[in-house]
Design a protein around this ligand. Structure first.
Ligand code: 4AD
Length: 464
């Protein structure tokens, strides 16, 4: 007896006629008089394998009572299947029921369409649905491809801290971990310092970005990246924002904005190619049930160069657009989602890199251009979602960085270590941040970012 995954069994890698065992959960069961057709999935691929059981099994009565999500171990002979769309099936010699579903009628996951809103309320059970199984495997494929891209291109993976004292974006959107009040340290009933409430003895927060920390490593290891959770306490009750999301942030020494944009484009295309090559089964389901053109648009994304537009030109285009926007379009104002979507969906029809934004709407660390009005920033906009990447060339000149911090009202004492890179061997460098869930939303054609992460954190939502 060989234990195999459903994926291995369906690929027929095991000699047909051989005996195999699969372990998983029932997706559906159909039956006729002396036969039961059980579709079993173990998450290893999109398709389930059909297990055919007949009344020669000692526990056939039990097998007939199986319902969706019961856990089973099925052993039998792997044979080529006569069924439509199935490569191999198992003619069972034994079906062991490992776990019953206690009340199939009230079990939340039913083999029928369920709304995303309902499924978010049962986030711990939704990976059992076809959609969340597919999204989970695609997310995994994208993450592994990201690491592979960096590995193949000489980047080192740096683990940056989650608890920090620095506001990397200077935007005041940090979740507080501990406070500064040394005189009144919290004490428990015995009078001892309660470290669970004030461990660090200073104000600490959850990080909004690993960028500042990873810059330090770029300035010694040249090409580096972080890939970790980041947190933003913005009131982000939208379909594009999470309070906790994962960000991939490469940082490259001796790079300017053009090189930054080149890497961003190459990196995205690498990941899309991986999904097309490795997750054809899940993407076919997405194309059938979620977004008709899910595969063709990824293919076109991979095959066409991204458009590059300067912010100033983007404003002119938007002002001339044959379309009324809800938010004003004016040089100096940030682009809103409706503007980003018009640019990428209606004007260009493919991804766009917008560069050189007005300095006062972008973060303090971005490099001031010679015009004194714009910074070397870039956003990569994708059709259907808008901004998925934000990046920039960093301000490597200490006097300019100090001036920018003063302009944003940031205390240089808090950023002493960050200023050090500009004091000791400073070089031009650049990087970007890719919002990982926005990438998943784009690839899977999802309409809400809360479905792109296993356990979404958003205002009022921290269950499970
Ligand atoms: O543009 P942002 O704020 O850039 C940074 O944090 C830089 N430090 C990155 C860098 O240069 N290393 O965020 C980068 C990306 C956005 O383009 C977006 O995709 C995603 O992070 N993002 C969010 N995703 C989900 N929920 C949120 N609340 C997000 N905020 C930003």
């Amino acid at each position: 007896m060989t234990v195999v995954s459903v994926e291995q069994a369906l690929a027929g890698k095991i000699p047909a006629g051989g005996e195999v065992t699969v372990r998983g959960w029932v997706r559906t069961v159909r039956g006729t008089a002396g036969l039961a057709f059980i579709h079993v999935t173990d998450g290893s691929c999109f398709a389930p394998i059909q297990v055919v059981a007949n009344d020669s099994l000692a526990n056939f009565d039990e097998v007939k009572r199986l319902t969706t999500s019961c856990a089973v171990i099925a052993t039998g002979t792997l044979v080529a299947s006569q069924g439509k769309g199935q490569s191999f099936e198992i003619q069972a010699s034994a079906v062991e029921v490992v776990g019953w579903v206690e009340d199939p009628l009230t079990y939340p996951i039913q083999p029928k369409p369920m709304t995303p809103e309902f499924l978010r309320e049962v986030a711990h059970l939704r990976p059992r649905t076809n959609l969340f199984g597919a999204v989970t495997r695609i997310r995994d494929c994208l993450a592994k491809a990201a690491h592979r891209y960096f590995h193949e291109n000489g980047f080192y993976w740096i683990s940056t801290p989650i608890v920090t004292t620095s506001d990397a974006e200077g935007a005041g959107q940090m979740f507080r971990v501990s406070t500064l009040d040394m005189a009144n340290l919290p004490r428990d009933e015995k009078g001892d310092i309660d470290f669970s409430r004030d461990f660090f003895g200073k104000e600490t927060f959850l990080t909004v970005s690993g960028q500042l920390n990873v810059e330090a490593y770029a300035l010694s290891l040249s090409k580096v990246y972080t890939f970790g959770p980041t947190f933003r306490a913005e009131n982000s009750n939208t379909t594009r924002h999470l309070a906790e999301f994962w960000m991939i942030e490469p940082e490259i020494a001796f790079a300017d904005l053009a090189e930054d944009a080149r890497v961003a484009e190459e990196f995205l295309k690498y990941m899309f190619r991986a999904v097309l090559a490795e997750r054809g089964d899940d993407m076919a389901f997405i194309a059938e049930r979620v977004q008709k053109d899910a595969i063709t648009r990824l293919e076109s994304f991979v095959n066409a160069p991204f458009e590059r537009i300067e912010y100033t030109d983007a404003i002119k285009l938007l002002q001339k657009a044959d379309r009324k926007f809800d938010f004003p379009v004016e040089w100096g104002l940030d682009l809103q989602t409706e503007h980003e979507r018009w640019l990428t969906e209606e004007h260009v029809g493919r991804p766009v890199v917008v560069t050189n934004y007005p300095e006062h709407i972008k973060a303090f660390y971005m490099r001031l251009n010679d015009d004194g009005k714009t910074v070397a920033a870039m956003d990569v906009l994708a059709p259907g979602i808008g901004e998925i990447i934000g990046g920039s060339q960093r301000e490597e000149r200490l006097d300019m960085l100090d001036a920018r911090m003063a302009q944003f009202g940031l205390d240089p004492a808090h950023y002493g270590w960050y200023r050090d890179f500009r004091r000791y061997g400073t070089v031009p460098h650049a990087g970007f941040g890719l919002g990982f869930e926005r990438l998943v939303v784009y690839v899977c054609g999802l309409s809400n970012i809360r479905d792109a992460i296993p356990y979404p954190r958003a205002p009022g939502h921290a269950e499970f």
